[in-house]
Design a protein around this ligand. Structure first.
Ligand code: GDP
Length: 237
């Protein structure tokens, strides 16, 4: 074995607990600069999105748990590092939102998914008791059109017994099979912190993969891994 540092094509692992609010945007036009890498969280109102973001970042106040679903129709950006962000997309499917507003937001979501260069993947949250709603299918369709990777979190998994949870997991997996490696699904519970590590591994993969920049020639240097990051997800990594 040589003593040369190993050259890898990934950035160091992410410390999700360092997430900080960056800014809100009412549309793509007032979003932060479209550089670096970001992952977006989307889901029907009440799917458990704020709870999941707060669980991931170990910060109960980061994404406000919604009191009036569908009211704050803003895209919220959080920094993880200088070049990595988490994005909280507005919840959809809330019945009381006026049709005009719904249409407007559909357009924003669609253009965000299809035009945002720095977007590496979409985490799509579905209440395990009500998966694959019409709105979810629309998001899946837009992501598929953009060849955007999707990772589905079946949230509130603690609400179902193991058997029914497993069979919902399998049926959602079957629905996503046509997208091959671009789509994945897991059980998740913010309440029990179940599935947290699986989510962290997925997000680390998306946000630290620098190969996406190679073709575009955006000038990202290959990172030199000095061997500190043996376990990319160890708490003190
Ligand atoms: P959002 O509208 O998608 O941001 O959803 P919230 O995170 O505000 O959650 C909606 C409701 O589901 C709240 O009452 C949460 O307490 C509850 N909830 C969220 N995650 C879980 C979970 O993992 N287990 C259980 N049992 N309830 C949850």
């Amino acid at each position: 074995m040589s003593n040369e540092p190993e050259i890898t094509n990934t950035l160091p692992p992410i410390k999700f607990r360092f997430a900080e609010f960056l800014q809100s945007a009412s549309a793509l036009t007032n979003a932060p600069a479209d550089t670096g890498s970001e992952v977006a969280f989307a889901g029907r109102s009440n799917a458990g999105k704020s709870s999941a973001i707060n669980t991931l970042t170990q910060n109960k106040k980061l994404a406000r748990t919604s009191r009036t679903p569908g009211r704050t129709q803003l895209i919220n950006f959080f920094t993880l590092s200088e070049t990595q962000r988490l994005v909280d997309l507005p919840g959809y499917g809330y019945a009381k939102v006026p049709l005009k507003m719904k249409k407007e937001w559909n357009q924003h979501l669609e253009s965000y998914l299809q035009r945002r260069q720095s977007l590496r993947g979409l985490v799509l949250l579905m209440d395990i008791r009500h998966p694959l709603t019409e709105g979810d299918e629309q998001m899946i369709g837009w992501a598929a059109t953009a060849s955007m990777p999707i990772h589905v979190l079946l949230t509130k998994a603690d609400k179902l017994k193991r058997g029914p949870a497993k069979s919902t997991l399998l049926s959602v997996k079957a629905r996503l099979a046509e997208f091959g490696d671009l789509a994945s699904v897991q059980l998740f519970s913010s309440l029990k912190k179940d599935g947290l590590r699986e989510l962290e591994v997925k997000l680390n993969g998306w946000l630290t993969d620098q190969s996406v920049f190679d073709d575009a020639g955006e000038g990202f240097e290959k990172q030199i891994n000095d061997g500190d990051a043996k376990d990319p997800l160890s708490p003190d990594a």
